[in-house]
Design a binder for this molecule. Sequence first.
Ligand code: ADP
Ligand code: ADP
Length: 228
Amino acid sequence: MISMQKVSKVYPNGVVAMDDLDLEIRDGEFLYVVGPSGAGKSTFMKMIYREEKPTEGQLLIDGLDVGKLKDRHVPKLRRQLGVIFQDFKLLPSLTVYENVAFALEVVGADTTSIRKQVMDVLNLVGLKNKARNYPDELSGGEQQRVSIARAIVNKPKLIIADEPTGNLDPETAWGIMEVFEEIHRRGATIVMATHNRDIVDKIRHRVIAIENGRVVRDEEKGAYGYDV
Ligand code: ADP
Ligand code: ADP
């Protein structure tokens, strides 16, 4: 699904955030990305959803050379993947329903199918009864569920989540992980950067550790492996 060959990222200020990375992520895999702050995890994720371009090397998603993708084709790529952030990034002036429907409206789906898809996905994340609420009326965990609903409503095969539980208390974080596990069971490929040791150690998946822009560890059903 994702293939990286000799991928490097040097920011304009000279920081080498990714250094000659070779990595394959298979269809249907669940991959945790761990490592200290500043290691390059966000840069790794941003290159996948084409927020940043590699300065060298090749990054393929389903054969598509993302690094060479013209700006005008980026929206099409983004519709094929779901991105979830630590800080939710919901639109505050829109209801829960509207935040999720937005992703379908931009692709021109008809109202009846939008309504069904939105309610189905809100049901999946356990928020059907919050459809009319605004984001600031929800708890952090509920807001993250909305952002997951928004990310998956197009049924993308690939989900990118950058510290999705970073702003949540432990109990809420486990609830969010159950949603990711369900999406994974339904066949999605998930790439998740996280600092949550308890989750990585308990819900075992492949783990890559990034330090100074390099993958220093890559384990099937790996552990978190850091003390903090
Ligand atoms: P992590 O997500 O692991 O904390 P990042 O990918 O955010 O790491 O950052 C990796 C390195 O790149 C850090 O040294 C960071 O300061 C630097 N960096 C990140 N974004 C930029 C940017 N837009 N411009 C310059 N340097 C950046
Ligand atoms: P149920 O299947 O339980 O009857 P509905 O599909 O009728 O649920 O909707 C549940 C919630 O979603 C209700 O609060 C409803 O107002 C809201 N909702 C449904 N469709 C829309 C829409 N097009 N715009 C805004 N809110 C909607």
